[in-house]
Design a protein around this ligand. Sequence first.
Ligand code: NAP
Length: 251
Amino acid sequence: MRHPLLDGPLPRLDGRVALITGATRGIGHAVAIAMAKAGAHLILTGRTAGALEELDDTIKAATGRTEPSSLITLNLKHGDKIDALGPSLYQRFGKLDILVAAAGILGTLTPLGHLKTDVWTDALDINLTANMRLIRTLDPLLRLSDAGRAIFVTSGAASGSNAYWSSYAVSKAGLDALVRTYAAEIANTSVCANLLSPGPIRTAMRAKAFPGEDPLSLKTPDDIAPLFVAMADPARTENGRTYAVKTAAWV
Ligand SMILES: NC(=O)c1ccc[n+]([C@@H]2O[C@H](COP(=O)([O-])OP(=O)(O)OC[C@H]3O[C@@H](n4cnc5c(N)ncnc54)[C@H](OP(=O)(O)O)[C@@H]3O)[C@@H](O)[C@H]2O)c1
């Protein structure tokens, strides 16, 4: 059974400008390649320039394009750098069509009684506050697109029902509320903001959370990347939704 988002053909994204956080690894990396294959011009962000350059080479090889992606070295802990994105991208592109906020950290799984304040703060900073700052600086650019699409990656852990996952769970629950609030604020615009809860995916984060699990039993980032392409479709007008990949059979 395919995910309902994949019922029709995938949209082309030619000429659309897409910014991706967490593009250096895991889900964001696969989404970058899928969106490039669909024709989007990519603004790739990540902490290390070398990883971004390698991804750009991979994209060129996968698509045959010679035009480089736009590479922005950005540590999402540096809030002032996030705040500067909107003005600088306005100068360069005049709009933003797609935002994929895939960057995230797991932090340390530990009983609340042992939780270090730094671990808590890092999860909130990167998984939640950075996304608030991204929305704040990029909202004007998304509104300048004919169909701005903002996509955020949440988790089943946001329910808060797993012992030891407090900082990650709270950061993702906060993200859910943040994105639904944003969606309510843009309800009468051409911008849509939605969440994707990918289920267990074979990445470094998943391996850290479940070290005893056989990674080969999991879906890969490439398996779910088409869902992001579908969610970026200018013709799709859902807003404020969470798309959950509930079973491995859905992609
Ligand atoms: N994998 C799963 O099963 C699963 C399930 C539910 C939700 N998710 C969510 O999916 C998203 C992607 O996770 P993943 O599994 O692909 O994880 P991953 O393989 O660990 O990749 C995480 C990405 O986030 C980036 N990142 C981390 N800290 C950063 C910082 N301070 N500044 C900028 N970038 C930073 C990493 O960059 P570096 O390369 O520089 O470290 C990397 O590109 C996350 O939001 C995660 O919570 C994943």
